[in-house]
Design a protein around this ligand. Structure first.
Ligand code: ADP
Ligand code: MG
Length: 243
């Protein structure tokens, strides 16, 4: 019997800066359609882990696989632009001189009408088809965030990497945008690795939480299992902030 390999798998990833193991033997895997949250306090190594998967930071050791195929170890390395990875950060980084439609079409290849159809499809998914000819600066922060999501999903990435994508948003908007984003992500056949330092966000969005501390994953599992049974006092304290 053949088993489908995980969409993303990282094995024993390590990265040292100076004399510090910033990422220390991190392993995880994500199935298509699933959201894994890498959750931990500031400075624990979340972004460095994401950057290694994206290919903009090189690991000291460990391997990265997509659909069971090696994309990077210490001798072999597929460049970032060929990894079929979508990226979203706190800073939406939309191109200010391009219309919303051109922003979303940016990473697309192929026929003009096909690109247009994909752009319209994604903009309607995020409820912003009306803004296709507008420029990003006329839109609100929440709207810009949704356009960044549409742009990242346009080329049909195998994997979405999201680094604190909601932390720049107004508190009042955040929950709504989290839910909308999750609904759109679930319709695409992508594996999502979402980095956050907010337990509340992980509880809301994750199928699985990987709790990270000092470069290591210290606990991994379904959100409610982790919430109900944090593995030590420090983890209990971390989750107790959720109201
Ligand atoms: P997080 O995203 O969890 O807040 P990071 O992965 O950004 O953590 O950083 C983890 C640690 O690694 C931090 O102490 C940070 O200062 C350090 N670090 C990150 N990048 C570099 C770098 N290029 N050179 C030296 N130290 C770095
Ligand atoms: Mg970070």
């Amino acid at each position: 019997m053949t088993q489908t390999p995980p969409r993303l798998e990282i094995r024993n990833l390590r990265r040292r800066f100076g004399d510090r193991d910033v990422v220390n033997d991190v392993s995880l895997s994500i199935q298509p359609g699933h959201v894994t949250c890498l959750l931990g306090p500031s400075g624990c190594g979340k972004s460095t882990t994401l950057r290694m998967i994206a290919g903009v930071e090189m690991q000291d050791s460990g391997e990265i696989y997509v659909d069971g195929n090696l994309i990077c170890d210490t001798v072999f390395r597929i460049p970032p632009e060929r990894r079929q990875i979508g990226l979203m950060f706190q800073d939406f980084a939309l191109f200010p001189h391009m219309s919303v439609g051109d922003n979303v079409a940016f990473g697309l290849k192929g026929r003009r009408d096909e690109k247009r159809a994909r752009v319209e499809h994604l903009l309607s998914k995020v409820g912003l088809q009306w803004a296709i000819d507008d420029y990003p600066h006329v839109l609100s922060g929440g709207e810009q965030q949704r356009i960044a999501l549409a742009r990242a999903l346009a080329p049909r990435p195998r994997i979405m990497l999201m680094d604190e994508p909601f932390s720049g948003l107004d508190n009042r908007l955040r929950d709504g945008i989290r839910d909308e984003t999750l609904a759109v992500l679930k319709e695409e056949d992508t594996a999502v690795l979402l980095v956050t330092h907010e337990p509340e966000e992980a509880m809301r969005m994750a199928d699985e939480i990987a709790l990270m501390r000092d470069g290591r994953i210290v606990q991994q599992g379904a959100p409610y299992n982790i919430y109900n049974a944090p593995f030590d006092k420090e983890a209990v304290g971390f989750f107790s902030d959720i109201n």
